[in-house]
Design a protein around this ligand. Structure first.
Ligand SMILES: Cc1cc2nc3c(=O)[nH]c(=O)nc-3n(C[C@H](O)[C@H](O)[C@H](O)COP(=O)(O)OP(=O)(O)OC[C@H]3O[C@@H](n4cnc5c(N)ncnc54)[C@H](O)[C@@H]3O)c2cc1C
Length: 425
C-alpha cells in the first residue's frame, strides 16, 4: 500500500520491519502475504536500499529494476503493509509479543498530491551533493531520490527548506504539494515482533591510506563504479576516470581493500569478489579492448557463482593476480596508477600500471552507528547476533554479510522468528 500521511498517533501491526532494502521488503511481503499486518519503516525517502545503486546484479547481471519492481508490485497491492519513509525508531519498550515502539517521522516537505510532474525542479536554484551518486554530481534541493523511487514522490533536503529561494519552488507546483512548514512527528506503534534489516554502508576507503583513495584521483571504489556504469549515474553510464574523463583502456580491481585486515575490517564481506568480477564485465562490454587486472588473496565465489569465475578465467582480457595490493602510487606524468603487490605463491613483487583502480571495500553493518533498541546484542563486528530474545530479529546484511539472494532467504527466516514472538503473548 502506498505511503499515506498524516499518520495517526497510535498504530498497531503484527510486525515492524525496520529498513526497506531488499531484506526488509522481502520480510514485509512474506509476512503480509500470510495475512499479517506490517509496518515497513525506511529512513530514506524511498524503498530499495543499496541494491538500487547497482548497475546490474550478479549472478544474472540483470538491472536492479527486475527484482525490485516485482517486490514493489507485491507491496503496492497488499493492504496489509503500511509504509513509512523518512522514519526512524526512537525507542522501544516491552516484551516479545507486546512491544511499543516510538517512531520519528521526518518531514518530506512534499505531500501526497505530488504527481512527479517535475515542474518544481527547473525553477529550483539551489543545488546539493547527490548522495545517491556518492557525491559525484548534484541534484536540486527538491529532487526525486532515484529513477526507481517508491513512493514516487519528490523530497526537499531539510538543509534548504528555510531558504528564501524555495518560495519559487512552492509557486511552481501546480498541485499545491509543497509544504515547507511540514513538522517532525512522533507516533507510537504496538507490534508483536521486529525485523531489523538496516543493511550496510561501504567501509571508508580513505582510511586505507596505502591505497590512496581521496589522495589519488584515479582510485575509486566498487560502489562508485556501479554508479559510473549506470545509465542514470553521474556519467550517464560511461566508465571514465576522474582525473581527465578519459574512457579507460586498462583497470585494476583491488580485492580485500581493508577487508580481512585487523586494522580495518577483520572479516570477509562475502560479496566483493563477485562484485568485482561483475563490475569487470561492465568494462568488458563497453571497452572490449581494455585489459582488466584483478588482484586477490583467494577468490570467493561459492556454489553456483563458481561458473561466473570459471568463465572469466577463460577470457584473455581478464588477468588474475594472486596477491594483496600493498601500495598504490600515481604516475604523475599520465595520471595512471601503479599497483604494487606480492604474489603470495611465488613471493615475487609486481608493479602493474593501469589507468584506474577500483578498491573492493567491504560492507559495514549500519547497526554499528545506529544500534537497535532493547539492548539488542551485536557480534564483534556490529552484525546483529542471532541469539537475541527481546523480540528483535536481524535480517539481511544487518545480520551478516550476504548477497541479495541470501539476504532475502535470511529475511524470510527472520520474519518467521519475529512473528513467532506473538505466540508468547
Ligand atoms: C559493490 C557492491 C556490489 C554488490 N553487488 C551485488 C550483486 O551484484 N548481487 C548481489 O546479490 N549482491 C550484491 N551486493 C550485496 C547487496 O548490496 C546486499 O546483499 C544487499 O544490499 C543487502 O540488502 P539489505 O536489505 O540487507 O541492506 P541494504 O540494501 O543496505 O538496505 C537497508 C535499508 O535499511 C535502511 N536503513 C538503514 N538504517 C536505518 C534505520 N536506522 N532506520 C530505518 N531504515 C534504515 C537503508 O536506508 C536501506 O534502505 C553488492 C555489494 C557491494 C558492496
Amino acid at each position: 500500500m502506498a505511503e499515506i500521511r498524516p499518520v495517526e498517533d497510535q498504530i498497531t501491526a503484527d510486525l515492524l520491519v525496520v529498513g526497506g532494502g531488499t531484506a526488509g521488503m522481502t520480510s514485509a511481503i512474506e509476512a503480509a502475504e500470510t495475512g499479517k499486518t506490517v509496518i515497513l519503516l525506511e529512513k530514506q525517502p524511498s524503498l530499495g536500499g543499496r541494491v538500487t545503486t547497482s548497475y546490474q546484479y550478479f549472478p544474472k547481471l540483470c538491472p536492479p529494476t527486475c527484482g525490485i519492481e516485482i517486490n514493489l508490485k507485491r507491496i503496492r497491492s497488499n493492504p496489509n503493509i503500511r509504509i513509512l519513509t523518512l522514519a526512524e525508531v526512537e525507542s522501544a519498550s516491552g516484551k516479545p509479543g507486546n512491544l511499543e515502539v516510538k517512531i520519528k517521522l521526518n518531514p518530506r516537505f512534499v505531500n501526497e498530491k505530488c504527481t512527479c510532474c517535475g515542474e518544481c525542479e527547473p525553477v529550483c536554484e539551489i543545488e546539493r551533493d547527490n548522495d545517491f551518486n556518492y557525491g559525484l554530481d548534484k541534484t536540486k534541493a527538491i529532487y526525486l531520490p532515484s529513477l526507481l523511487a517508491y513512493p514516487p514522490r519528490y523530497v526537499i533536503d531539510p538543509a534548504y527548506v528555510g531558504d528564501e529561494k524555495m518560495k519559487k519552488v512552492v509557486e511552481a507546483c501546480p498541485y499545491d504539494a509543497i509544504e515547507l512548514e511540514m513538522p517532525v512527528k512522533t507516533v507510537s506503534a504496538k507490534v508483536s515482533g521486529i525485523v531489523w534489516a538496516t543493511g550496510w554502508r561501504p567501509y571508508e576507503a580513505a582510511k586505507i591510506d596505502n591505497l590512496g583513495f581521496g589522495r589519488i584521483k584515479n582510485v575509486i571504489t566498487n560502489v562508485i563504479i556501479e554508479r559510473l556504469a549506470s545509465p542514470g549515474g553521474p556519467t550517464a553510464g560511461k566508465i571514465i576516470r576522474p582525473s581527465d574523463q578519459k574512457e579507460i583502456a586498462s583497470i585494476g580491481f583491488v580485492q580485500c581493500a581493508g577487508s580481512r585486515d585487523e586494522n580495518h575490517l577483520p572479516y570477509c564481506s562475502a560479496i566483493c569478489c563477485m562484485a568485482s568480477m561483475k563490475e569487470a564485465t561492465y568494462i568488458r562490454e563497453q571497452y572490449p579492448e581494455a585489459d582488466i587486472h584483478l588482484f586477490y588473496i583467494d577468490v570467493r565465489s561459492p556454489g553456483r557463482l563458481e561458473d561466473f569465475y570459471v568463465k572469466m578465467q577463460a577470457d584473455e582480457k581478464f588477468h588474475f593476480h594472486r596477491g594483496k595490493v600493498a601500495k598504490i602510487t600515481e604516475n604523475a606524468e599520465n595520471g595512471n596508477v601503479i599497483l604494487e603487490a606480492e604474489n603470495t605463491l611465488t613471493g615475487e613483487i609486481t608493479k602493474t600500471e593501469v589507468e584506474m583502480a577500483v578498491l573492493a571495500t567491504g560492507m559495514v553493518p549500519n547497526a554499528v552507528d545506529n544500534p537497535p533498541p532493547l539492548d539488542t546484542k551485536l557480534d564483534d563486528f556490529g552484525f546483529i547476533a542471532p541469539n537475541n530474545d527481546n523480540g528483535i530479529v536481524g535480517a539481511g546484511v544487518a545480520a551478516r554479510p550476504y548477497d541479495v539472494s541470501a539476504s532475502n532467504q535470511d529475511a524470510t527466516g527472520a520474519t518467521l522468528r519475529a512473528l513467532n514472538c506473538g505466540s508468547r503473548r
